[in-house]
Ligand binder design. Sequence first.
Ligand code: PMP
Length: 391
Amino acid sequence: MPNDPYVWIDRALDAIHRANWYRSPQAISAPGAVVEIQGQRLLNFASNDYLGLAGDRRLVEAAVAATRTYGTGTTGSRLITGHRPLHRELERAIADLKQTEDALVFSSGYLANLGTIAALVGKRDLILGDRYNHSSLKNGAILSGATAIDYPHADLEALRELLSQHRDEYRRCLMVTDSIFSMDGDLAPLPALLDLADEFSCMLLVDEAHATGVLGATGAGAIEACGCRECPSIQMGTLSKALGSLGGYVAGRRQAIDFLRNRAPTWIYTTGLSPADTAAAIAAIAIVRDEPERRARLWQNVASLKQGLERVGIEGALPSDSPIVCIQMRDAATVLEAGRLLKKAGILVAAVRPPTVPTSRLRLTVMASHTPEQCAVLVDSLKALKERGLG
Ligand code: PMP
């Protein structure tokens, strides 16, 4: 066709292939420490199911019971026909875990970030975000229409400089940060960020997606672990990682949550979270509260993996404060080859590369449901990669 307006897509896709950036999903069996892909059994070090709850019988039963009672879909937005008693039950459970006045459940963490940022700031406002923040925070900033400036990763000096230079030019300022950075696994300097927010009269939105259920004495997240629960902030997170379900949440002061109910477009104009997902998340939060031994097992596994990497002399490991452990590699082709060899050896990891991250890396995630033997198998396989010049 002459002047085919879609032909640029073919060329763009070719460029993605040539750069080794092409990605496509693979169908995986039910969640667990061992999964199956096309008949091959693989040790799973690529999942966000940190507490091993996504396949837990109690979550499954809660989801089934809720589906029997309330049906599969919620049929409308929460403000019209999509609100069920389960939603408030979950929101109260989240607020209780987080020790905040209230919480609001969204259909995903991504939507929670988009809607919250778009509601909190607008054209006359400033957003300052860590360069390594999750895509949903960055796109939330774009959606809001505010002026958004990224500061270098965890660089408090640079952030202070930006605040000194620009804070007064804007009406409101929102600082945004992952607490655990999703593609590096390190922890943001939350106490210092809260101090700066206080000093420059800024709001702080903390993304606890990878920390909820994982960090803190009660599993409330990094804010709890850093002893910052009393400091004003707005927290968000996902129900889809340690909580083994699907959906997102925002937690904070009652008025802030009430405001979001009236202003967050990704909450108002989308269908309410399914009864199954809602009930599974309620069951998960009860387990987080009642079974701290799961968290203890998770951290034992994290420690044994990190010690193992050190023992066999893996050098590219990035600093990590979480179950996310990344090993940097030369380039996209090398990390893809490493991922392929590990898969051949029966281990599933994520080979993450640009444009998702600035530098190519293997991203390993540890779960409470791994055994020490499984962690040892991973370390041995990484050692073998290193011996082939890939580590
Ligand atoms: N924030 C961070 C830091 C994340 O890693 C993710 C998920 N990858 C999200 C937000 C989005 O959460 P969800 O998967 O529930 O949309």
